[in-house]
Structures are given as structure tokens and as C-alpha cells.
Design a protein around this ligand. Structure first.
Ligand code: ATP
Length: 642
């Protein structure tokens, strides 16, 4: 139903979700506007590639550039600065924010020309993302082409075997993803995947902390890209330590034999009952912003630990303080801790010794964990761990300009590993637009959302599974899973109630939701298998698991029909990051996201690891249609957003 057809314009196509909207194609104002604006397909914008340098200009234009004294001086001065130099086009900041100017169709032909030349004109006004030049992207692409097997990496044999059996559920024909090809050799310190550039001992000896930023598109396997080299590093370190201990023990035994009769009072060596030296002193720490992500990454690492043999512990607000203490100070020792910054910061404030042996620290979802709200906590942990730290690894699907600036100041030597498709939403994800102002919704966004969910739910399952994606249909029990993103968390519960009144199985998930239930609700959308123990704990804590987490939606007595085999989860930006929603094929953007960063993360919940996905954005009179059109255009061209 969403498939693009040459005879249907993108707006009509989107409106096809609603039969009523589809019946009035002649009224499609969006289509008319888009037709005027849309650049010729399959051509990359010359302006997007700053590596090519500024376009050739006339003498007068040059004069404007050289004399211009603005914050944009010397930057990518293409259309926006020139346009603002024209008094007729000058707009106030307030106007820019309101976007009123951009909701109107362009009037002059020169404006149309500019739009044609610059398909990301509206997004340029926001400029949320850091620029990665197309020259660099091209260079990285060439470098990665030759690496197509995990065998090529200088990982321990047991780790390579565990990738298939433990991490990727026995997938066949496995090949590393671009970020894995890029990051694994870099973190291992190998040149070409075979030869170790520096011997492990040299790396341990050098006190200088290495810093890396791993940035790659959503759902591209960033977690394994950092997890495998870290495990490799501490397994090698462990082996070296064991060897040193063995030599020491042999010496001790020899000395003991010599002194046996001469010394009556000698200090005893370590007893078998002494705790393991790594008790409460892990080698690696992984920080994630939410408990759900702690569970997700913790489950992957736990799987790997069964065959590679190491100790991991996930700690988050989901666990009681006794459980957390037992995990951290287990007499058997601990190698990796997976935690949220809040919890780890509070523990290490009272017990800084916990970080005394950490050699690897990962800040996953770095754009969140280094933003204003998280940064003080995250930075405090980095500072405390720095004395022993060998590698600091930051990981993110987006590099916002704020993060870019922060890294330049705080970690100027950071090694940036960015993939060729960073900031691009995969072309296998289709984005449709529903105009909520049209009949029958007439401005009622809730109704448009309900209508869209009904249309998806009623869609032919064969058509939906046209990409033969077995994981999404089989493991999901044939049920369609839809994620709905709202901008305000208060709206999540309200919308869930409304959708339930329309016969839709809808649940709201936000910061206000009961923490203990979140993992269970999300598991239905990720396909994650919850550990048996936590289910038991759950039942002990909550004797009535059937009780919904949110105030029960009031089901209207007028319901006549219910949408079968379809589940909707209403959430905010909180769950747009990192959650591996493999069972989800549809994302509805109830509100137009504030920035291109939000577009990337929210739409990134579908189309993961080569799968197809569909997004539907609800657009009303006050929304930035131009931004939506530009995001769609960028997706169509496979171009990075800005
Ligand atoms: N080489 C691979 N081949 C096939 N599947 C893989 C490979 N590496 C990872 N995966 C799978 O891809 C999915 C997404 O991986 P992951 O969650 O690490 O993505 P991500 O890049 O961190 O995404 P996000 O930016 O949304 O956090 C997971 O289900 C993982 O098992």
C-alpha cells in the first residue's frame, strides 16, 4: 500500500493509508508543493559535499563572501547566507523558529531555483548534525571493501567461534558490518586484521589512554564492534597475568622448600578462601542510558561469556541493592560491568576502588550520555577511571554538533571511526506522510494515528512480509508490532487510552512507566527472551502480572470492533535510542520530530541490519512540511541528513 508508484505522488501515496484521503487526490496540496520543490531524482546535491569546495561564483558573490563578517564566515557558504544577504528574504530568528515562512510555497522563480539546487535548505537552518565529508566517506568505503569475514580479525579463536554460536544466533553467511570492519582492527591495534601492530604487552605498558569514537548508522552492529575487542583484550591480559602468577607461585614454592625448617613464623600466602583478586574490581565498564539497554547489552555479553568464560554483571535500577552488591562483589570475581551512569556514579562515589583496575570504558549512546543532563555523571566516572584506563570508547549513531564541539575540546586526540553511511536513513526504510488536516481527520491527530494503525493492521500479511523476513513474522507470532513516537511524554498515556478506545491494543511506555514492567513490554517488540529468574522475581513482586502498567485505558462502551494481531507501543525519545526492535516493521511519528537527529533515531528502530521498514509521519497545518519533505528526499537519495 505504501509502495512507490510512478503514477502516484509521494503525498498521495502516503495518504493512501487512509481510504478517505486517497479518494481526494486532486486536493493534495503537499504533492503540488513537493512537485515544485523536488529536485531531479538520483542526483546528489553539489552543496552537500563540502569536500568538493564551494561552488564557482561570480565576482560579486565572492565580494559578499569575503566581506561577510558572520558566524558562518569561512564555512560552507552556499545558499542560506547568500539568501539572507538579500533584504527581501531576510527573516528574523523568531520567524525561523515558527517556521511560518517555510510552510508557504515559494513565490519567485529564483527561490524555486535555489530549492532545486539545495534540497536540504530547511534542514540547513537547524544544522543539528556534525558534517562528515563525502571525501572521507568514500575513502573509508574503499578501505572496508576487502574485509569480509570475522576470520580476518586478530581475535582469539574462541571469540570468533562465539560470534556465530552465541552472539548472532547461528546465522549463516556472516560477514562483519562496516562499523565492525572499521572498529575491531582499530581497537585491537591491528593493521590489517592479521598482524598486531603493537604487542599486547606494549599496549599495557604504555600509560597513554587511547580514545575512540565509533559512529555508524542505527542497527548496524555497533555493540559487537566494541564488545569483541574488549573481551579479547582482557582475556589476553588475564592469560598474561595467569602466566606471571604461575611463575611467581613456582618461585614461592621453591623458596618455601628452602625456608621450611629455618623459619617458624612466616606470612601465609593467599588462602583458597580469599576472594578472587578481581572481586569488586572489573576490567571493563559499559555505560548505557537506560535500564532496558543495560538488559539488552548485558544479555548479549552473558551469552558470549558462556563459551568465552568470563564474568559479567548488569546493574541497574531494575535490581535490588542486595542483588547489585552480590554481583559486584561476587567471590568469583568480575570482568565486565554493564550499568547506567546514575547507578555507577553513586556506587563509585562511595567506593572509588571499584574503578581502580578498569582498562576499558565504553560510553554507548554517547550523544545522550555526554549531553547536558548526563554529562556531569559520565564525566565523573571517566575521571575516576582515567588512571588505569587504556581505552575510552564512545559509541553513537549520530554526532550532533554539540557532541562534536565537546569532543574537540575534551578529547582532541580522539580517533573518529565513522562509516560511509553515517547520518543516512537506509533506503530500505520508506517514509510516508499522512496529512491530518484532510478528510476524515480534519486536524484530529489522534484519529489520524488510529486510522493509520488500523490500515497497517488490516494490511495483507503476505504483502507486509514481502521481504521474507522470517524473524519479524515468525518470532513475533504473526502479530504486527507498531512503534508510535510522541514528542511529549504526557501525551504517551493519553494517546494509548484513546487508541484503546478505538479497539487497538496500545500500551504507553515512558519514564513514568513502572520500571519493572518496561523490560517485559519491550520484549514483545524486540523478541528478547527474559531471564527466568527475573520473571520469577517479577511475579513475587507483583502478584497480578495481568495488571497493565499504566492506568487502565478506559474502554469506551461504544467499541464495536477490535484490531486483531496488532500491537502498538506509544513512547517518547527515551526508547528511540539503541533498543534493538527487530520485530518492528512500522514506526509512526505522531509528532514531527524536532531535529534530524530524532528522525534518525526514531526511524532507526526499523530497517535494522538489512531489514525493510516503514515509517509514517503525521503532518498538520503547523508542522514543518518542508523539513519532512527534505528528510524524505534525503532518504530517497540515500543521502546523509544534516
Ligand atoms: N555482522 C552481523 N551480521 C548480522 N547481524 C548482526 C551483525 N552484527 C550485529 N548484528 C545484529 O544486528 C542487530 C543490531 O545490532 P546493534 O543493536 O548492535 O546495532 P546498533 O548499531 O548498536 O544500533 P543502534 O544505533 O540503534 O543502537 C542486532 O540484532 C545484532 O544481533
Amino acid at each position: 500500500m505504501f509502495r512507490r508508484s510512478p503514477s502516484i505522488c509521494p503525498f498521495c501515496e502516503a495518504s493512501a493509508i487512509s481510504k478517505a484521503l486517497r479518494s481526494q487526490p486532486q486536493q493534495c496540496r503537499g504533492a503540488a508543493t513537493l512537485q515544485k520543490r523536488r529536485p531531479s531524482r538520483m542526483t546528489l546535491s553539489p552543496n552537500a559535499n563540502v569536500a568538493k569546495g564551494p561552488p564557482r561564483s561570480t565576482t560579486s558573490e565572492k565580494t559578499v563572501r569575503h566581506t561577510r563578517n558572520s558566524p558562518f564566515g569561512g564555512m560552507n557558504m552556499t545558499e542560506p547566507p547568500r539568501r539572507s544577504a538579500d533584504p527581501r528574504n531576510r527573516i528574523s530568528t523568531a520567524e525561523q523558529k515558527r517556521g511560518s515562512r517555510f510552510t508557504k510555497a515559494s513565490s519567485s522563480s529564483s527561490e524555486k531555483d535555489k530549492e532545486r539546487k539545495d534540497p536540504m535548505r530547511a534542514l540547513k537552518m537547524q544544522r543539528a548534525l556534525a558534517n562528515v565529508s563525502y571525501e572521507k566517506r568514500g575513502r573509508v568505503k574503499q578501505e572496508l571493501a576487502e574485509m569480509d569475514s570475522f576470520e580476518q580479525f586478530d581475535l582469539l579463536p574462541t571469540i570468533k567461534e562465539s560470534v556465530v554460536s552465541q552472539a548472532l544466533g547461528g546465522l549463516i553467511d556472516l560477514s562483519p558490518t562496516p562499523i565492525q570492519r572499521l572498529a575491531i582492527p582499530a581497537l585491537l591495534g591491528t593493521e590489517d586484521g592479521r598482524r598486531r601492530k603493537r604487542k599486547q604487552a606494549d599496549v599495557s605498558a604504555s600509560k597513554e589512554m587511547q580514545q575512540f569514537l565509533l559512529a555508524a548508522e542505527t542497527g548496524s552492529g555497533k555493540t559487537l564492534a566494541y564488545v569483541l575487542p574488549i573481551i579479547d583484550a582482557f582475556k589476553r591480559a588475564e592469560k598474561a597475568e595467569q602466566e606471571a602468577e604461575r611463575i611467581l607461585a613456582a618461585q614461592q614454592q621453591h623458596n618455601d622448600a628452602l625456608k621450611k625448617h629455618s623459619q617458624m613464623f612466616e606470612l601465609e600466602g593467599p588462602s583458597k578462601d580469599d576472594p578472587h583478586p578481581s572481586t569488586g574490581r572489573p576490567r571493563a565498564i559499559i555505560l548505557l542510558p537506560t535500564s532496558e539497554l543495560v538488559s539488552q547489552v548485558g544479555a548479549l555479553i552473558k551469552n558470549l561469556s558462556h563459551t568465552i568464560k568470563f564474568k559479567s554483571a548488569m546493574i541497574s535500577a531494575n535490581y535490588t541493592s542486595t542483588v547489585i552488591r552480590n554481583r559486584l562483589f561476587s567471590p568469583g570475581g568480575i570482568d565486565i560491568i554493564i550499568s547506567t551512569p546514575h547507578l555507577l556514579n553513586s556506587i563509585t562515589t562511595s567506593d572509588p576502588n571499584l574503578l581502580s583496575r578498569v582498562t576499558h570504558l565504553v560510553i554507548d549512546e554517547a550523544d545522550s550520555l555526554l549531553d547536558r543532563s548526563f554529562s556531569p555523571l559520565t564525566s565523573a566516572i571517566v575521571d575516576r577511571a582515567t588512571p588505569s584506563l587504556q581505552q575510552l570508547i564512545l559509541c553513537s549513531a549520530t554526532i550532533p554538533r554539540s557532541l562534536d564541539t565537546y569532543l574537540t575540546k575534551r578529547f582532541p586526540a580522539i580517533h573518529r571511526l565513522t562509516t560511509p553511511n553515517l547520518h543516512a536513513i537506509p533506503r530500505r526504510v520508506q517514509l510516508s506522510v499522512v496529512d491530518i488536516d484532510k478528510v476524515p481527520c480534519q486536524g484530529n491527530r489522534d484519529l489520524a494515528c488510529a486510522q493509520t494503525i488500523w490500515d497497517i493492521g488490516k494490511e495483507n500479511p503476505l504483502e507486509q512480509d514481502e521481504d521474507h523476513d522470517s524473524s519479524s513474522s515468525s518470532s513475533g507470532g504473526g502479530e504486527k508490532k507498531i512503534l508510535v513516537f510522541v514528542n511529549e511524554r504526557e501525551k504517551a498515556g493519553e494517546l494509548a487510552t484513546y487508541l484503546s478506545s478505538k479497539g487497538i491494543d496500545a500500551t504507553a511506555l515512558s519514564r513514568d512507566s513502572d520500571e519493572r514492567r518496561q523490560a517485559e513490554i519491550l520484549a514483545a517488540f524486540t523478541g528478547a527472551v527474559l531471564p527466568a529468574t527475573s520473571q520469577r522475581q517479577q511475579q513475587q513482586r507483583d502478584p497480578s502480572p495481568q495488571t497493565p502498567p499504566n492506568p487502565s485505558p478506559t474502554i469506551s462502551p461504544t467499541i464495536r470492533r477490535e484490531l486483531k494481531a496488532t500491537k502498538a507501543l506509544i513512547t517518547t525519545d527515551l526508547h528511540s535510542r539503541g533498543i534493538d526492535t527487530l520485530l518492528v516493521k512500522h514506526v509512526i511519528l505522531y509528532d514531527v520530530p524536532h531535529t534530524s537527529i530524532d528522525f534518525i533515531h526514531r526511524l532507526g528502530r526499523v530497517g535494522r541490519m538489512g531489514r525493510r521498514g516503514r515509517g509514517v509521519v503525521l503532518v498538520g497545518g503547523k508542522d514543518r512540511r518542508d523539513v519532512v519533505a527534505e528528510v524524505r528526499g534525503g532518504m530517497f537519495r540515500g543521502q546523509a541528513l544534516i
